[in-house]
Design a protein around this ligand. Structure first.
Ligand SMILES: Cc1cc2nc3c(=O)[nH]c(=O)nc-3n(C[C@H](O)[C@H](O)[C@H](O)COP(=O)(O)O)c2cc1C
Length: 228
């Protein structure tokens, strides 16, 4: 039974059964054999990311990044992946944003990718460090002009009193970039997450989800199967 009335959920008696009807995974799910994996999680992550993108999953390179607010609690938000290599998983943001301030005090992070159309999740835990200035500058310069303008505005997550304030700041930033096309937003920072733990999670319809965790110890990766 539809539980939406006039496009709105009227109460939780409607919402709970509605939630139970929502599909999560498609009928066909890919296989995952944990005995046939590379020694390092980076190679396997590359395989899974490309597979997700090849399946047409939107924002396959988007992840939820959790940080710890010093003296506060955890905070999470979605970010775009910039690179993955043996140094780690890279993302970019403003160093003076809330998440940037968290990282300056506590570099521990969790990063989660979820690809529902293939029933896969990758869970990464590690420490984030800022890349060198040249890496951040080249990431900024590789962005489309409109993104650079928006980034130059800065003030990410600060209260916006009036929408017109933002429009004005955009106009000002656009003028600055036109006058100096090599301008770089100083706060724009690439962070690299050096993983201590990377878990690959493959859904199965019989609920025997396949989970494989790589853990780093003494510079080597070990692998462990986990109960579903
Ligand atoms: C698909 C998607 C991609 C995003 N990519 C980025 C990104 O790469 N960098 C970024 O700073 N914010 C990105 N955001 C916005 C963040 O989710 C968040 O709103 C913003 O960074 C402020 O977070 P903070 O207040 O915790 O610092 C993205 C949001 C979405 C939904």
């Amino acid at each position: 039974m539809p539980c939406w009335q006039g496009g709105r959920v009227t109460n939780n008696d409607d919402l709970r059964p509605f939630l139970r009807t929502l599909p999560v995974f498609p009928d066909d799910l890919p296989a995952f054999d944990p005995d046939e994996v590379p020694d390092d999680p980076v190679s396997l992550f590359h395989e899974w990311l490309r597979h997700a993108a090849d399946e047409g999953i939107l924002a396959a390179h988007a992840a939820t990044l959790a940080t710890a607010e010093p003296g506060g609690g955890p905070a999470a938000r979605v970010l775009i992946l910039k690179d993955v290599d043996l140094d780690g998983w890279s993302f970019a943001t403003h160093a003076d944003s809330p998440k940037g301030r968290h990282l300056a005090e506590d570099d521990r992070v969790a990063m989660t990718f979820f690809w529902p159309q293939v029933g896969r999740q990758v869970r990464i835990r590690g420490r984030a460090r800022p890349a060198d200035h040249a890496t951040s500058a080249s990431d900024f310069l590789a962005r489309p002009a409109d993104s650079r303008v928006a980034t130059l505005v800065g003030r990410q997550s600060q209260p916006l009193e009036r929408p017109s304030d933002y429009a004005g700041a955009l106009t000002e930033a656009r003028a600055r970039l036109t006058a100096d096309p090599d301008l770089i937003a100083e706060s724009w920072t690439v962070y690299v997450v050096r993983a201590d733990s990377v878990e690959f999670w493959q859904a199965a319809h019989d609920r025997a989800h396949v989970r494989l965790r790589y853990q780093r110890a003494d510079g080597m990766w070990t692998r462990t199967r986990l109960w579903p």
